[in-house]
Ligand binder design. Sequence first.
Ligand code: ATP
Ligand code: MG
Length: 448
Amino acid sequence: MPLPIGIATIISNATSPFPLRVIPRDQHTLSRKDISANALRVLYRLREAGFGAYLVGGAVRDLLVGGRPKDFDVATDATPEQVRQLFRNCRLIGRRFRLAHVVFGREIIEVATFRANSDDGSGDREMENGMLVRDNVYGTIEDDAVRRDFTCNALYYAIEDFSVRDYVGGFDDVLARRMKLIGDPEQRYREDPVRMLRAVRLAAKLDFDIEPATAAPIPRLAGLLDEAAPARLFEEVLKLFLSGHGVASFEGLERHGLLPALFPESAAALKSNRSGALRRFVIEGVRSTDARVANDEPVSPAFLFAVLLWPAFCRTLIALQRQGVAPEEAQRRAADRVTLHQLNTVALPRRFSLPMQEIWLLQARFASRQRKRVFRTLAHPRFRAAFDFLVLRQTASSDHAADVAFWQEMQGEMGAGQEDDVLLEGGGEEAAPRRRRRRRRSSTAAGE
Ligand code: ATP
Ligand code: MG
């Protein structure tokens, strides 16, 4: 049913407390030229086959505020099977949510069938401890809108008339740059505690405010994140800190009492650090990561976690040394202990925790100026990342100026002839291009 263009149309509906508001093309700024060609292909194809086809979620929100979406999601009344029949390049994925992925080389357009929030027993839905573990209950577009998290994420751009359909008041919230949960905030956080992190992350990314009723329950409910899957929290932490808005994310987590839920030991260490040096260090580390993202430089989860968990490491190290554990042993134990404890909340994979620990352990080696040790340190595959880390520590406290100067000079002295011995790699497993590591002729580097 094509809707008239030119006037905002109000149509009442059963499930949403808001009447449908249709914002016609001439009253919004979302333009087809900013939508990926592949997403448009999918939308038109669905439409030609007689299905409803909408761009939805983050992409609509980002385009309305003039941003560049990182992906384009499509919602439709076609079932996943029907979607698959329309596209050769389509695969069905997901257990908790069954989705269709239409694959165009490196771009994937996610096509989701409208889903309902309330269960009448007819669909495929499972709850565990009040949390959703599976929900494949198909519904209407209104159902699909109200089960989303924030009003700004529940806007639909209709390919049939280029209008924006708003079932939850999200259009005005986007214009007012406001994050607002759909429905009762406490209930929505209990259903899925990760929404608390999403509130902070999206507010940081979009420079939105979290409206008072949405923000209020967060500090009180932050502990619910204990029940969230650590692997999901790892993904969320990467999005919080590796998307270019890390400082705003960190400050948001602090302000809303979420830091202890993600990084309990670092949060405790930051709280008891009166001088504020540890906090300055973390902020500097996150800021430098933001700068790298802004410059399209590679960023590494290992380095990020080395920064975020450094307060915990320092605190544990001091405690062990007070107990009389010898320095080198204390370092190793502190690194292991912090890593192990952190896994209870955020599942940091070993391919990142190992280089993270190496970055920490190399910090102590920077104090040694013995010639043989200096060469070993310079030859360490994590030298470059560890040195960058030392520079950060110096920015935050100025205690390490002499070390920074020394190691800078040493790198210069190694010069072109020996440069191959030093692996100039940012510590990033995935992002940084790997350079071949040439074996040293002497045996000193072996086993490092
Ligand atoms: P980003 O810019 O990070 O991609 P996004 O809003 O697109 O932000 P996605 O994780 O890609 O985030 O989710 C796509 C859409 O799915 C959201 O816009 C929202 O409508 C819905 N959604 C995502 N996570 C949840 C959740 N935990 N609860 C309810 N709805 C959600
Ligand atoms: Mg998205």
